[in-house]
Every structure is written in C-alpha cells, then in structure tokens.
Design a protein around this ligand. Structure first.
Ligand code: SF4
Ligand code: ZN
Length: 314
C-alpha cells in the first residue's frame, strides 16, 4: 500500500503560494500543500458529478462503503459536497460472512461512518443464507460480485435511494475495459447508469481519480482505512494494474488520457444495468434470467447437504 502514496516534499504550493510541505501530483504536473490537496480532490469529485449530472439537489444518495481507501475517500468528499449541493447521504456496507476478516472490516467501516457523521446500514449476507465461496465453477469473486450487485439494487430500493454511488476509480475502469477489449468486447464502463424501472441511478464519482490520491486524502484527513487483503484476493486479474503504473511512470497523466480517449472512441451503449429488465420468478427483483443471481445462489446454498456455515476460505 505504502508505495502508492503521493510523495510529500518541501516546496511552494502552486494553488495558494505558501511555502510548505507539498504533494507531488505528477498526474497533473502540480505541487500542492496539504489543505489545498484536500480541496483539490473534493473539487475534482464535484466537477465529475456536475459534468455528468450524477447527483442533483434533493437526491438521496446511498454509498457502497467497503472500508477501503476509495470508498472512504468518497464518503468524506460526498459528505462535504452534500452540504453545499443539497443532497442526502447514507452508507451501506455488506458484511461478507468471511469470519473474523469481515468482523474486522465492519469495525473500520463503523468508525468511518461515525467519523463522517453519516448514517450506516449494514447488511449481513449470512442472514440470507449466503456465503462467498466457489459455486458451480464460479470463482468466489464472481459470487461476491453477483451478491453485492443484487443486494445493492434491493437495498437501494428499500432505503428509498434515488442514487447509488460506488467508488470505482480510474484504474478500476481501465482494468475492466482492458479485460473487455481482450475478448473483443468494445465497452467502457460509463460514469452514470440512468435509473431504469425499479433500479436507481448508479454513479461513479471517482472515475477520473487515481487511487493514490484517494489514499493520500484519507491519510491527511486521518480517516481509518481497512487495508487487509480479502482472503479471496489473488494477484491474477490485478497484475494489469502494474502495467498501468508503469505506463503512468513513463508518461505522467497517461491513465487519464487513455480513459478519455477510450470514452471518445467507444460509444456508450449496452451498459444498461447488465440487462436486468424482467422480474425474477421468485422474488420479483429485476433480472435478465428467470431467477435473479441472488435467488439462484440462495437456492444453491439451501440445497447443499454438506452446508457448513463457517467460512473456510482463510
Ligand atoms: Fe469479493 Fe474479496 Fe473477491 Fe473482492 S477479492 S470481489 S471482496 S471475494
Ligand atoms: Zn430473485
């Protein structure tokens, strides 16, 4: 984690002109003092929100809060912006039923929400008989993703949210796009998915933010960050981040320029809530198949005769 933090060196802030320790933002060819950096990041988030019409006055925003640096930074940035832009903010955390790891994760999330003064809802997937583990050849991360996506939609509706905010970063979106391009799928995740049927609008206010900025923002604000790796994490799939880092080293700002170019080159489309346009036969939630992912997984876990409630992935 440490290697991703922004260098702090003596210098003069390019924004306020003070001589002070400054952060070297090579991505923007900028050196800024710590207070100006905090405002710089919040302004970038606000510009992204306004540019794409992500959130308006009176919206009820629910943020998916994992406890990591990205969602923690977004929590604090949105908390500030909510006051000036006139929207409500609450946070939603999924306890993933992975033993002590998930319990420690929850402790940090509760600290973050308390420090931000933002109401927090916690949903335990164990209450639904679910677990994050390999299912019928699905990798645990695919199971985890399906559970979180489905629950997010359900919980957003239950909480009366008009907007669901997620902390996908510039690197996340580039990685996802690369994976698609390698399978000849020409698709870039969009900053906004409009509301559709019962599904709330989904927004990615950090889509133009580098991850290391989010980490530095948390560090400077003294925000606790959950830094343990998930027991299911594997380097496979994330190693392309190293390629992105190398590219950025060779050409500062290249990640952002690449995303902007891809957005221009690949027209938006096909990004419609993953085609969730029919009702699940069991629960009535939007889905693209007869049963939604959550009901399919619930049935699978319920059918297992050797079902074991303890988490064995650690
Ligand atoms: Fe879920 Fe862990 Fe995989 Fe992330 S690494 S998707 S939290 S199982
Ligand atoms: Zn269902």
């Amino acid at each position: 984690m440490q290697e991703h933090e922004i260098d702090v060196v003596p210098g003069r802030c390019r924004i306020c002109g003070d001589s002070a320790p400054v952060l070297r933002l090579t991505e923007f060819n900028l050196k800024v003092c710590e207070p100006c950096f905090l405002r710089f990041l919040e302004r970038r988030v606000r510009r992204t929100i306004e540019k794409h019409g992500m959130i308006g006055e009176g919206d009820r925003v629910v943020l998916a809060l994992s406890g990591g640096k990205d969602s923690a930074a977004l929590l604090f940035a949105l908390r500030r912006l909510g006051v000036v832009m006139g929207f409500e903010l609450s946070a939603l955390h999924f306890h993933l039923n992975m033993g002590d790891y998930s319990d420690r994760n929850l402790v940090v999330v509760e600290d973050q929400a308390k420090a931000a003064g933002v109401p927090l809802e916690v949903k335990r997937i164990s209450d639904l008989g679910l677990q994050v583990r390999r299912v019928k050849g699905w990798h645990p991360c695919a199971v985890c993703g399906a559970i979180k996506r489905s629950l997010m939609n359900r919980e957003a509706k239950r909480l009366g949210a008009t907007v669901v905010a997620t902390a996908h970063t510039l690197e996340d979106v580039l990685l996802f796009t690369f994976k698609n391009l390698f399978s000849r799928k020409f698709y870039v995740p969009q900053p906004v998915l409009p509301a559709s049927g019962e599904l709330s609008r989904k927004v990615k206010p950090l889509i133009y933010n580098h991850e290391r900025m989010n980490l530095s923002y948390c560090r400077l604000k003294g925000v606790p960050v959950f830094e343990e790796r998930c027991p299911e994490w594997t380097p496979r799939g994330h190693s392309f981040k190293d390629v992105l880092e190398h590219m950025e080293e060779v050409m500062p700002s290249s990640k952002l320029r690449l995303l902007l170019s891809l957005q221009e080159a690949i027209p938006a489309g096909g990004d419609l809530h993953e085609g969730e346009h029919t009702a699940c036969e069991s629960c009535g939630e939007p889905t693209s198949q007869s049963l939604c992912a959550l009901c399919q997984l619930s049935n699978w876990f319920a059918r297992r005769t050797d079902h074991d409630d303890s988490y064995n992935g650690v």
